[in-house]
Write a protein that binds this ligand. Structure first.
Ligand code: N01
Length: 531
């Protein structure tokens, strides 16, 4: 088979990869998207567990690059469920005729930069490719974390992970089910599984905050209003810290009185979902303000959950928002059911998985299905799990051993002509992902175009600029309460991972910075380095 030569290889056919393909192809580049799965969708393909849903309203969690598309598409609910998002992505793919340039069932095994030719050599499960540029559109939450529980291989029942859920319908009717973990994925799936299963055992290590979604059918008046001024609506959202509507406020919780705070928190609890953290401007900046919101949320748990012991176990103890906040549809209510049991792993640690279930705190729980809702090797895992080698054969995994360094979350020193979409050091997971990835896709495409027009062959970041950038990322985080607990934002969910805070907090200054870098001919990047 002859070696295929391309201008750009894009890895991953999720939201980012699809838009990259459209954008780069429209600029005249030859592009192939390589996708491991047998269909597109990325995170929305893999995470099809019961109850999977976007917790950012879909009028915001959708592409804005094409005005006709955003006008034509109608979402049926405020927060869309996974099947509808997948349907949307399929619609976009067909609308822009993308499918023909996506290679499904193809896994990237390795990517090596050939310094003599200034080309990337990509080895996939289906063959080899040679490309001038490689763009990793591999997602921030796409490398599932499977903890090394003793005896896991011995389990003989149905074994599932929320992050790689099977495409076939899973029916828990009449089954005993165990779920380990209480992050967003678990919090979304528990109410649905509890309705089907004979009994559901929930194994919790850390209680989590969750705000009710109050999801419902799309309000036609709201949809009409947003669509009547969609570009302005998008722009307004982008001007606040997280790029999400409802989070641009100036009032401080510590300056309000008790009654005022109660009313405000109540309003946000009932209406805003993730925007609960936008009730006041100081919630993520000041521990005292944060504790006001946290204690309100804990009181709500105690109001909802009837058994006081269970309510206490479900009441989080840490700073609200420093682990990713969850949004649910009946999560705490599920613990009022007779067929749901909460097991606290702090007093009953998992000893091992057995052939028929799991042993925790000297008791064996016999279950037909065992679900791991144990999250992801976030932000870096999808990259370090591929054998990526840059200059002098250096591996990305080794280079990031003591911490992931990247310039703006876009480029990595020693890895020329390799771009990451929503990489470490960009707002990514602390923003509305779709506009964030659109920003990166446009930046990367324009950069590649600029290089073509200006006769540049190779672009790379330097150690100095990425050190400086990641220092700033951490200095900004130090001004907030984000570092005050263990979370996947700082790598503490993966034992062997460097403990460092990876997302840049603040959409507007970040957008300004990368725009300025581009305007100044990609300031901070080096072109056509001669060693
Ligand atoms: O994963 P998580 P997730 N033994 O890492 C526990 C996005 N998302 O898949 O907190 C026992 O949040 C772990 O416990 P602890 C969203 O950004 C978005 O739920 O480390 N327990 C925790 O409870 C989200 O934040 C949507 O003590 C273990 C859980 O497993 C991100 O994906 C929907 C353990 C993991 O929670 C990840 O969510 C769903 C062990 N060895 C998800 N290891 C949207 O709506 C881990 N845990 C867009």
């Amino acid at each position: 088979m002859s070696l295929r030569k391309l201008d750009v290889v894009v890895v991953g056919a999720g939201f980012s990869g699809l838009y990259l393909l459209h954008k780069l192809r429209s600029s005249g580049f030859s592009v192939a998207v390589i996708e491991k799965a047998d269909q597109l969708g990325g995170t929305w393909h893999w995470n099809r567990y019961p109850g999977a849903r976007c917790d950012i309203p879909s009028l915001q969690y959708s592409y804005q690059f094409d005005e006709d598309l955003q006008q034509d598409w109608n979402w049926s609910e405020k927060y869309s469920a996974q099947p509808e998002i997948l349907e949307y992505l399929n619609h976009v793919t067909d609308r822009f005729d993308l499918r023909k340039d996506i290679e499904f069932n193809t896994e990237v095994i390795s990517a090596r930069f050939n310094e003599e030719k200034s080309l990337w050599e990509i080895k996939t499960s289906q063959g080899e490719l040679e490309t001038k540029f490689c763009v990793m559109a591999t997602g921030c939450l796409s490398a599932p974390n499977t903890p090394d529980f003793k005896g896991l291989d011995d389990y003989e029942g149905q074994f599932l992970h929320t992050g790689k859920w099977p495409q076939t319908q899973v029916d828990f009717t009449g089954e005993s089910v165990a779920i380990i973990g209480t992050g967003s994925s678990s919090i979304q799936s528990i109410p649905v599984i509890a309705e089907q299963a004979k009994h559901l055992y929930v194994f919790q290590r850390t209680a989590n905050y969750s705000i009710p979604s109050n999801n419902g059918p799309m309000d036609p008046a709201e949809e009409t209003e947003v669509k009547s001024r969609y570009p302005e609506f998008r722009k307004e959202n982008w001007e606040n810290g997280f790029g999400i509507a409802g989070m641009a406020i100036e009032e401080m919780a510590v300056e309000d009185d008790e009654q005022g705070r109660k009313e405000k928190f109540n309003h946000h609890w009932e209406n805003e979902g993730l925007g609960f953290l936008g009730a006041y401007a100081d919630l993520m900046l000041d521990k005292e303000a944060n504790e006001m919101a946290a204690s309100f949320a804990r009181d709500k748990v105690k109001e909802i959950v009837k058994d006081t012991e269970v309510a206490e176990l479900l009441s989080p103890k840490f700073t609200i928002g420093c682990k990713r906040l969850c949004v649910d549809s009946g999560y705490f209510e599920a613990f009022n059911r007779d067929n749901v049991t909460l097991i606290d792993l702090n007093t009953n640690p998992i000893d091992c998985i057995t052939s028929k279930g799991l042993m925790a705190g000297q008791e064996e729980y016999l279950v037909d299905s065992l679900i791991l809702a144990t999250g992801f090797d976030a932000m870096t895992g999808a990259l370090t799990r591929i054998d990526i080698r840059g200059r002098k054969g250096i591996s990305l995994k080794d280079q990031w051993k003591d911490g992931a360094k990247s310039y703006l979350g876009l480029g990595i020193s020693n890895f020329p002509n390799l771009f990451t979409v929503t990489g470490p050091g960009s707002p990514s997971v602390l923003s509305n992902m779709v506009p964030s990835l659109e920003l990166h896709v446009e930046w990367i495409s324009q950069c590649i175009e600029w290089m073509r027009d200006n006769n540049k062959k190779v672009i790379e970041s330097t150690k100095a600029v990425e050190e400086e950038w990641m220092t700033l990322v951490n200095e900004v985080a130090d001004l907030t309460v984000y570092k005050s607990c263990n979370s996947w934002y700082n790598g503490s969910n993966i034992d062997e991972k460097a403990k460092e805070f990876l997302p840049f907090i603040g959409v507007p200054p970040y957008t300004e910075k990368i725009t300025e870098v581009a305007e100044q001919n990609y300031q901070g990047f080096v072109f056509d380095k001669t060693n």
